[in-house]
Design a protein around this ligand. Structure first.
Ligand code: GLA
Length: 374
């Protein structure tokens, strides 16, 4: 078992005085390209990272325990704490007619919180997989992801798309995941960076994503009204020609979505051909589009991208919703340290907060580490 899984299992035993019936874990994610396209019915290309949230579970009445916060919460209700994520999953399963009996659970994780690496999808996905197994529900992974999104949208009240939950439940080790967010079809795209002598640097700007919710919801509703102006259901179906019929904010947002969807498909082709130069260029263009047309970047994210470019990165961009959080850069392995050092220096000079860096490994999606009876 992984370290987080062991911690969850140990916490369960200590809290509840018995061994868990099962242990599951699910990863956070970065998105390689395809930002703000999921809720427009478009394409995304996320990749699971080697940071996970684990849950140890069994039947019982002991409640929900977090090893990281060292606190127990009631399984029911809603209190704006971490426990709302597992509660939301239970609620969504109930809404779909699944019978969830009483259970107790202990959580432990190492996905950075509030950094845009989808710790919320990780805790939802781990809970969903564990409940599915504990109560023998037989729900497939795509449906589990949709349930988790429902928890996020309707229980937690966050209007996110499907990308994060899909990534957490469906990614495979060594690969990114191409998702068509309209048909909900997904397939793995191999990502062998070491073979190309490349690594991916994840920079956490540590900028609080404070305005994220309002900014995110505003972007979403502008996209919906742009689609309305064009008489289509989703901007996924808009063409470059259609853009001529839009103006102002609707035009800028739609232009990002239309060009970003095209970039995702080009990026997948570039990966399939091992053409990392082209892949990197698409990352830079994606960032510029998010900065200028979608207006979700920050000075910190822009500084990281420009610093990475000056120090030999093939490509760099913000990842996730923006408004702070993380950026990624594709760099020759030998340059990775240099890019990190230069970024720390440039952040200090600009009086920004201290950035953090995380190692990137294209990791496996949610897994049952120990199942009941094992
Ligand atoms: C957040 C949301 C996702 C997606 C991204 C932007 O991570 O949770 O659904 O919309 O922002 O691409």
């Amino acid at each position: 078992m992984r370290e987080t899984e062991q911690r969850a299992a140990k916490a369960f035993t200590e809290q509840f005085g018995e061994t868990p019936e099962l242990v599951a874990s699910a990863p956070g994610r970065i998105n390689l390209i395809g930002e703000h396209t999921d809720y427009n019915g478009g394409f995304v290309l996320p990749c699971a990272i080697d940071r996970r949230i684990a849950v140890a579970m069994g039947a019982g009445e002991g409640g929900l325990y977090s090893a990281d916060f060292d606190e127990t919460r009631e399984p029911g209700g809603k209190d704006d704490s971490w426990a709302d994520y597992p509660r939301g999953v239970v609620w969504a399963m109930g809404e779909e007619g699944h019978e969830i009996g009483s259970f107790q659970a202990a959580f432990a994780g190492d996905v950075p919180l509030g950094s845009g690496l989808s710790s919320s999808a990780a805790i939802e996905a781990a809970t969903a997989l564990a409940l599915d197994s504990l109560f023998g529900l037989g729900i497939d992974r795509k449906d589990l992801a949709v349930l988790c999104q429902r928890a996020e949208n309707d229980f937690l009240g966050v209007a996110s798309g499907i990308m994060d939950q899909y990534a957490s439940l469906l990614c495979e080790a060594g690969a990114a995941l191409l998702v068509d967010c309209r048909s909900l079809e997904a397939r793995s795209v191999p990502l062998d960076l070491p073979a190309a002598g490349l690594s991916l640097v994840i920079c956490d700007t540590r900028v609080e994503r404070g305005l994220a919710d309002t900014g995110y919801n505003d972007r979403r509703s502008t996209c919906e009204s742009a689609a309305g102006t064009l008489g289509i259901e989703h901007l996924r179906d808009a063409t470059e020609d259609d853009l001529k019929r839009l103006s102002g904010e609707q035009l800028r947002r739609a232009r990002h979505v239309v060009s970003e969807n095209a970039r995702v498909l080009e990026a997948v082709e570039a990966l399939n051909n091992g053409d990392f130069d082209h892949f990197g260029k698409l990352m830079y263009t994606s960032h510029a589009s998010l900065r200028d047309d979608y207006e979700v970047s920050t000075p910190e994210l822009d500084t990281f991208v420009e610093t990475a470019r000056r120090h030999g990165a093939r490509g760099a961009r913000l990842t996730g919703a923006g408004f702070g959080g993380c950026a990624i850069a594709l760099v020759p392995e030998s340059q990775a340290d240099r890019v990190e050092r230069a970024c720390k220096r440039d952040f200090a000079e600009a009086d920004f907060g201290k950035p953090a860096f995380y190692e990137f490994v294209p990791a496996a999606g949610a897994e049952l580490a120990r199942s009941s009876g094992a």
